[in-house]
Ligand binder design. Structure first.
Ligand code: 5GP
Ligand code: ZN
Length: 116
């Protein structure tokens, strides 16, 4: 898929509205439209990468920045000590539906394990 047809690239470009709660040079984060926990945030690189399988060596810092954003947002949301989960789905069996990598950040309730 060309990045011009990508939903999350459209959010990065400001063409589609989103409840953006965190922005940096390389990352934005916004609330999931269908939250699965009291806090459910999607943390994405501004740069289009379709799946984990498409990562290149040069993306290493970009991916690290997703986790640093997760840490900051967990602090903002007040559950950094009680706990939270980060998840990145890859392809069909994991349920990936948007093909621009995104780190789910879920918190604000006790989360069961293993996931379904
Ligand atoms: P995936 O299933 O690919 O891991 O996660 C995609 C996530 O994107 C889902 O949790 C879904 O609710 C969320 N999502 C899909 N479309 C939109 C949208 O237009 N805006 C926002 N904020 N979230 C979306
Ligand atoms: Zn994209």
């Amino acid at each position: 898929m060309a990045s011009s047809e990508c939903l999350f690239c459209s959010i990065v470009a400001g063409e589609i509205p989103a409840d953006i709660i965190y922005e940096s040079d390389s990352v934005i984060a916004f609330r999931d439209i269908d939250p699965q926990a009291p806090t459910h945030v999607l943390i994405i690189p501004r740069h289009h990468i379709a799946t984990i399988n498409d990562l290149e060596e040069s993306d290493a810092e970009r991916v690290g920045r997703l986790f640093l954003a997760a840490r900051e947002i967990a602090k903002q949301e007040g559950f950094e000590e009680t706990g939270y989960r980060t998840v990145m789905n890859c392809n069909a069996d994991a349920g990936q539906t948007v093909f621009h990598i995104h780190l789910h950040l879920l918190g604000g309730r006790e989360l069961s394990w293993p996931p379904g």
